[in-house]
Design a protein around this ligand. Sequence first.
Ligand SMILES: [Zn+2]
Length: 163
Amino acid sequence: MSKESKSKQSAQHEHFMALTLSIAEENKRQGGYGVGAMVVKSGEIIASSDNSIRRTCDPTGHAEVNAIREASQRLNSERLTDCWLYSSYEPCAMCAAAAAWARMKGIVFANRIYDSRNPQSYRVDVTCEAIVNASSPKLEIIPDVLRERGMALMDFRPGERKK
Ligand SMILES: [Zn+2]
């Protein structure tokens, strides 16, 4: 990739990550764990979602799974070829595998699992990279995009539930 198109691409990643982090921040304000995700194809937002675990009492309601599901329905295809997954937080094993099953182009995230500031936060200790390395074909992984802004969300204590 040329230098110019590379910097254009990184500007695009920052643009969509800023929107993804806004979703995560709003999720936190609404009583969620503070995670957001987005599916983008050719510079167009196909789907976006926040983490719905507490709202829907569904342990699989991760923002990334929600966004992938919605994008597949919108594109009427189980294959999200050429789509990027943006996530405020490094996708867990379930979500990274979902992106691989959807044959996505790549995954962009702000914070890594080890950025978590809450030692009690529950997590499945497998990196996104480990899942991608075990899948075929491999997705591109772009970590640390707007990482500093995302750090504010890294305590993983859910926000106050709205009464
Ligand atoms: Zn997940």
